[in-house]
Design a protein around this ligand. Structure first.
Ligand code: NAP
Length: 284
């Protein structure tokens, strides 16, 4: 039987309506308009698309937003100075530096320079620590988007086998933490994992965050599993696709997220949520 397609666009639209209403109420009550600054360094075409989408999402939600475009040869100290300026700007509640950064810039130094209360990506070590403890201020956008989809689709996590493929700081690791906090039994796989298909076939919920088109094949998926595809790749024809062999896996899974129209759109929605939370915290 073909899997149910988890429609990220539809779920996102509903969540964004709620965010928009909360933002309007905040502005009416306090005069505060949630504000997001996105800094992009260089001309990576994929990053430019993401940044445009973020700006549009902000505008649609009634937020204030600025995009700061810096040339690819920008020095680290110039970027840090820009962040310091935004730190003091009362119109800005969230600061996001689009990754990846050019090689002359130390990514960790930049992340550490973002004030934790404006770190709407939730990458700052202080926020990462809070996420691990479970008393978070912000949740990282992509894993939070996945959790929101599971919640809205009524897919239970507690007590179920959850397998995450990928252990990056921005997706795999925090994804595993959030599933664990939702009482899943979590296994994290990576490039050194042995017998990967054997491990992934245990999953009731399988999350792939690898970055390789066609990586998850039908034989890696248990009958009836929920498959969440975080991957954003280009196939041989240059078309956007995930990690999962969608057509074949759909025949085995009970539910699956498409790419595009799945996790990606939820990531931006959770960025709006974090920016709104940062603005709401100012009103307390
Ligand atoms: P990353 O930093 O490159 O991490 C990839 C992970 O995959 C690593 O942990 C790596 O293992 C693992 N891996 C690679 N080859 C493997 C193999 N043969 N078997 C098992 N594991 C393997 O990538 P990322 O930043 O986490 O992103 C992953 C994907 O998600 C990309 O396609 C990215 O574009 C996408 N993404 C999407 C969104 C969204 O909003 N939908 C947001 C962020 C990222 P090792 O650690 O051992 O190297």
């Amino acid at each position: 039987m073909a899997a149910k397609i988890i429609d990220g666009k539809k779920i996102s639209a509903a969540v964004r309506e709620e965010i928009k209403a909360r933002a309007a109420a905040l502005t009416e009550r306090t005069g505060i308009v949630p504000g997001l600054a996105v800094i992009i360094v260089g001309e990576n075409p994929a990053s430019q698309v993401y940044v445009r989408n973020k700006k549009k999402a902000c505008e649609d939600a009634g937020f204030y937003s600025v995009v700061i475009e810096l040339p690819g040869d920008t020095e680290q100290k110039t970027l840090l100075a820009k962040i310091a300026e935004l730190k003091e700007d009362p119109r800005i509640h969230g600061i996001l530096v689009q990754l990846p950064l050019p090689e002359q810039i130390d990514e960790q130094a930049v992340i550490a320079a973002i004030p934790p209360e404006k770190d709407v990506d939730a990458f700052h070590p202080e926020n990462v620590g809070h996420i691990l403890i479970g008393d978070h201020r912000f949740l990282p956008c992509t894993p939070a988007g996945v959790m929101k989809m599971l919640e809205i689709e009524g897919i239970p996590v507690a007590g179920r086998e959850c397998v995450v493929i990928g252990r990056s700081n921005i997706v795999g690791k925090p994804m595993a933490v959030l599933l664990l906090q939702a009482n899943g039994t979590v296994t994290v796989c990576h490039s050194r994992t042995k017998n990967l298909p054997e491990v992934t076939r245990r999953a009731d919920i399988l999350v792939s965050a690898v970055g390789k088109a066609g990586f998850v094949t039908a034989d890696m998926v248990k009958e009836g599993a929920v498959v969440i595809d975080v991957g954003m790749n280009r196939n041989a024809e240059g078309k956007l696709c995930g990690d999962v062999d969608f057509a074949a896996v759909s025949e085995v899974a009970s539910a699956i997220t498409p790419v595009p129209g799945g996790v990606g759109v939820m990531t931006i929605t959770m960025l709006l949520e974090n920016t709104l939370r940062a603005a709401e915290a100012k009103a307390l």
